[in-house]
Design a protein around this ligand. Structure first.
Ligand SMILES: [Zn+2]
Length: 266
């Protein structure tokens, strides 16, 4: 009998309002530790029972999940087996992406190297102080989970924003630090970074980010009528996003309506 035949999907549905969608790895000396301990939404890495109860178990290794439909040890191995099949051409970026893949406890926590030709309909949107932003279609899309029945990644096609930093081909640490801060916050309402690509013409590296069709919050409210309730809900999301950033021990530093990306149907 083929051992694969017995494998099935044993994940549980996770209510993101009731529990965090991935585990928290507790850090010694964290200033927010006492506040975290009384928050029942948090699922700690070492709490195997709770992990099993909230996320279910991995159909491959029969251990409790580390996040919604995610097994960190199994997926780390899959990513590692694929290291030989890609390179960004830059050692620091390669190691950065590899580390994120080995450590990811949830699908929103890894980065991928995506060759530029994977993107379609690349359209220039705007230019900021840092570089240019484009929109693009990504037909193949990001990895959401491991498809245990078909033994392949389950991917989700999306539209993305590609954000370049001028002269990032010489790889300023600023670029990697910005991506790092995207990964460290507990992501629910904060824009996600899917990975890195490179413009073949300018050789600039680019961040692959969630595309927000309405642009920033200031533009949205200048151009659209909005109900009182939707404004309150938006404020709630922003406050939640900020809390997630602060819980990760970070500050936004440039917080205003022009900087908050808006998307109703995220
Ligand atoms: Zn597993």
């Amino acid at each position: 009998m083929n051992p694969k035949e017995n494998k099935r999907d044993l994940w549980k549905e996770v209510d993101g309002n009731e529990y965090q969608v991935h585990v928290t790895i507790s850090t010694i000396g964290s200033t927010t530790e006492s506040a975290e301990e009384i928050d029942d939404r948090i699922v700690y890495m070492e709490d195997l029972e709770k992990r099993k109860q909230i996320y279910g178990i991995c159909g491959e290794c029969n251990e409790p999940g580390t996040g919604k439909r995610w097994c960190q040890p199994c997926n780390a191995k899959r990513f590692k087996d694929n290291f030989k099949n890609w390179t960004s051409g830059n050692k620091d970026i390669d190691e950065f992406i590899q580390q994120s893949q080995l450590n990811a406890v949830y699908f929103k926590k890894y980065l991928e190297w995506i060759p530029f030709e994977k993107f379609k309909d690349i359209t220039y949107i705007t230019r900021g102080g840092f570089g240019k932003i484009y929109s693009a279609k990504w037909p193949e899309g990001y990895i959401e989970s491991w498809d245990i029945k078909n033994q392949k990644w389950e991917r989700c096609s999306i539209k993305v924003a590609l954000k370049s930093l001028d002269n990032s081909s010489c790889m300023c640490t600023e670029f990697l630090n910005e991506i790092k801060s995207h990964l460290q916050v507990y992501l629910l309402d904060v824009i996600r970074c899917y990975g890195i690509t490179q413009d073949p013409n300018t050789k600039d590296y680019m961040m692959i980010l969630t595309y927000c069709k309405d642009g920033n919050l200031r533009n949205y409210y200048l151009n659209n009528k909005s109900s009182y309730y939707s404004k309150i809900d938006k404020l709630r999301q922003i406050a939640r996003g900020l809390l997630d950033i602060h819980n990760a021990g970070k500050v936004h530093k440039d917080f205003h309506s022009g900087n908050i990306l808006h998307n109703i149907h995220l």
